[in-house]
Write a protein that binds this ligand. Structure first.
Ligand code: GLN
Length: 327
């Protein structure tokens, strides 16, 4: 089995020239992304990190923010009260669909689709929009381990063109699922999506989830441990849009993708992994990202059922850590 750093370098070489897919353009600012960007990051739960490619390139987090905001809403409201407003059922529909919401459920199915994410964001507590944004930024700062910023151009670009999300919010207001401060909640949602991160950041954030909510580098408890399982469950069943079932079958990891090209996955008790590559397939998932994760899962036995059955081979691929204790 290949050493992890050597394998990341190999994967980078293998998929660097895979120019398949499209950069998202329905948010005009996203269309400016360089399709050649490609980075792979692995951060282990004991704080080691391995990288290949453009891992320090910033991009907006987009839908991957939904995972962390869901965590905050769980802490703000508790599991049962949050479930009254946002379900945990996968839809098999595109992330921005509103048909089921209108015709059957009236309650957003899960927090990983736009409807559920907007409802989740609307529940984030705080006196006013600034206070709520500051709480979100502080939360993201704890996960990343340093200051985080909202990209103003992407925020404004999405706010100006996010008519579909506005329609979803109005439908939910009609069904009593969100309050009438919906413009404020939409602003907050667009701001969380426009948060700037790098692949390295995403892998670190995922590593905190892999480490039962404790940050692998700062050692801060960034999420109450009882909610980690909830988040990983919805990531596993709903995190990859209408590819979630196939992803669970082939790769088998709780994961979340975003339309800017980020893809983050959690290997419980082992590592956080992230790929950034803006070329997307028709489901909205990063094409190179899918390839990399399939290869990683096969090489190291990362599938959660491989992990559960003791077939994971990741630890053997890490060179032994230098001992810090005196002889
Ligand atoms: N901000 C984007 C939207 O609401 C996020 C979608 C995504 O990354 N899938 O449309």
């Amino acid at each position: 089995m290949t050493d992890i750093q050597a394998f990341l370098d190999q994967l980078y070489q293998r998929y660097q020239d895979l120019n398949v897919g499209q950069v998202a353009s329905y948010i005009p600012e996203l269309a400016k992304a360089n399709p050649d960007y490609f980075g792979i990051s692995v951060v282990t739960t004991d704080g080691r990190s391995f990288h290949a490619g453009d891992v320090d390139q910033q991009f907006t987090i987009q839908s991957i923010s939904k995972v962390f905001v869901y965590g905050m809403a769980l802490e703000d409201w508790g599991r049962d009260r949050l479930l009254e407003k946002v379900g945990v059922e996968p839809t098999g529909d595109p992330f921005n669909s509103l048909i089921r919401l209108d015709e059957t459920s009236h309650r957003p199915e899960n927090p990983m689709i736009n409807a559920g994410a907007i409802a989740t964001t609307s529940l984030i507590k705080g006196e006013n929009l600034t206070a709520r944004l500051n709480r979100l930024l502080a939360m993201f700062r704890r996960y990343v381990g340093q200051d985080v910023y909202v990209d103003m151009s992407t925020f404004l670009s999405e706010r100006a063109t996010g008519h579909r999300n506005r329609a979803i919010a109005h439908l939910m207001l009609n069904f009593g699922m969100i309050g009438d401060d919906l413009e404020e909640s939409l602003d907050l949602y667009f701001q969380q999506c426009a948060l700037l991160v790098t692949g390295r950041d995403l892998a670190t954030m995922a590593a905190a989830l892999a480490n039962q909510g404790q940050h692998p580098l700062t050692c801060e408890q960034v999420l109450q441990p009882q909610y980690v399982r909830d988040i990983l469950s919805v990531m596993y069943t709903c995190g990859m849009y209408n590819f979630a079932g196939e992803w669970a079958f082939r790769v088998g990891l709780p994961a979340k993708s975003g339309v800017s090209g980020g893809l983050m996955a959690v290997v419980p008790n082992q590592a956080g992994i992230a790929v950034y590559s803006p070329l997307l397939d028709s489901n909205g998932n990063s094409v190179r990202g899918l390839k990399v994760f399939e290869a990683l899962s096969q090489e190291y036995g990362f599938h959660v059922f491989d992990l559960a059955m003791g077939h994971c081979r990741f630890q053997q691929s890490l060179s032994p850590q230098p001992s810090t204790s005196e002889p």
